[in-house]
Design a protein around this ligand. Sequence first.
Ligand code: CMX
Length: 135
Amino acid sequence: PPEQIDHIGIAVTSLREALPFYTEQLGMKLIHQEVIEDQQVTTAFLAVGESTIELLEPTSPDSPVAKFLDKRGPGIHHVAYRVKDVADRLRRAKKAGLRLIDEEPRPGGHGKLIGFVHPKSAGGVLTEFCQRVED
Ligand code: CMX
């Protein structure tokens, strides 16, 4: 099984407007902010034990997160499971007939390797495998 939930991605229209709910109301610590050019998002990571909540704000109208916001509005965008070997997970998922978004791992935020399974193959939930590069 995956080791733990690495993070849950939440789509927001504005990080600045969304953050106070997490930092002030829920008292969570903002641990990292980063622009992920490849995904056309700006992210903010908030700690929950060893897991995180990743807030995602699109940096362009072509961003997958911009499309998600247009279609569904703000809310849970994906669930990311921490695994030891993303490449192996993707290979096994493909072999099992799942629809992959990524055939090969790619760099995610925060020095991680990531790979997505399409929500249509995962019960409506965009599913990410996520590997810490130092693992
Ligand atoms: N969760 C659940 N369902 C989703 C979804 C999501 N995040 N995004 C799209 N869908 C659904 C749509 O509602 C739609 O369903 P219906 O056909 O029933 O209406 C279907 O999937 C196709 O949606 P679409 O709007 O046509 O979107 P695309 O096919 O263009 O793209 C997806 C969807 C998942 C392939 C694309 O968003 C993608 O490649 N995502 C992976 C990359 C990503 O999301 N990066 C941002 C996060 C980066 C990070 O965390 O670092």
